[in-house]
Design a protein around this ligand. Structure first.
Ligand SMILES: [Zn+2]
Ligand SMILES: [Zn+2]
Length: 274
């Protein structure tokens, strides 16, 4: 598949929304003064005009969106939010705690925040993002993730690491869905995004195509951390988590690179045994 027009092949983006607002100092360096508050106001007017000319439409029902998002209030209220889960692996539980599986064999990562259940309509939205290259969905879902994580995460990481794709898969798809979800999360929470420092060195079969038993072997040794990477606390971002083997393997690689605390942030958590 060709890379979408707003996407470079390395996964970086031309999207205007990803560009930070210029600061006064940037202009002073250019040698002429700029009224920063006027610039911000003009930006706001342009956003209003854009909203009036091209109102956001709900990705689920086609009604007008709310809060400049492609989602209406009714559909937002119906999204399958994870209310109670295992603090360690994010598996849905009747009440927050640690699931039996994590008590018997704790994963390498320290905690998981899963925002949605991987059930309709989330499964369809994530498939549309991944397989139809609908990147507006990445922004919407990433912003919804940021809303929830901003409330639930008391201790923010130093850096966010989206689960990397192998370069071959990246060329096929044209983008990394984990990176596209992580962009608005990083932007909104003010945490830097590190997506060049961790790479997928082994092309693996898609985990979803394999039975749970084989997924563990499939992902072993798939990742590498660039020399010089240093952080105490990182958050791994991914679209869907099922067995957790992928993020566990990435967490193990990060631990070997000296990371002390690994959080996992996923958009949707699938129930095991799917
Ligand atoms: Zn709707
Ligand atoms: Zn658990």
């Amino acid at each position: 598949m060709m890379a979408p027009a707003d996407q470079r092949i390395d996964g970086s983006s031309f999207l205007a929304t990803d560009r930070p607002m210029p600061k006064d100092a940037d202009y002073k360096r250019l040698g002429f003064p700029v009224n920063y508050s006027l610039l911000a106001k003009v930006n706001e007017w342009l956003a209003d005009a854009q909203e009036w000319l091209f109102p956001p439409l709900c990705v689920l029902c086609g009604d007008y969106g709310e809060q400049r998002r492609d989602l209406c209030c009714g559909c937002a209220d119906d999204l399958p939010i994870v209310k109670a889960a295992c603090v360690r692996c994010g598996a849905p539980l009747p009440m927050p705690g640690t699931c039996g599986r994590c008590q018997r064999r704790p994963p390498v990562f320290d905690r998981t925040a899963a925002v949605f259940h991987y059930v309709p309509p989330l499964d369809a939205l994530i498939k549309r993002l991944k397989f139809n290259g609908d990147l507006t969905l990445a922004r919407l879902l990433g912003e919804l993730m940021a809303d929830r994580l901003g409330e639930s995460e008391t201790e923010l990481p130093e850096v966010i690491i989206p689960v990397p794709l192998h370069v071959r898969r990246l060329k096929e798809r044209g983008f990394n869905q984990a990176l596209e979800l992580a962009r608005p999360v990083a932007e909104r929470l003010g945490v830097p995004l590190a997506w060049r420092q961790v790479v997928r060195i082994r092309a693996t079969d898609p985990q979803a195509d394999l039975p749970a038993k084989l997924r563990y072997r499939n992902i072993k040794g798939a990742f590498a951390v660039e020399p010089g990477f240093a952080a105490q606390h990182v958050a791994i971002v991914d679209d869907v988590m099922t067995t957790g083997y992928t993020v566990n393997e990435l967490a193990a690689t990060l631990r070997r690179a000296g990371v002390a605390t690994v959080s996992v942030w996923v958009c949707a958590r699938a129930a095991l045994g799917r």
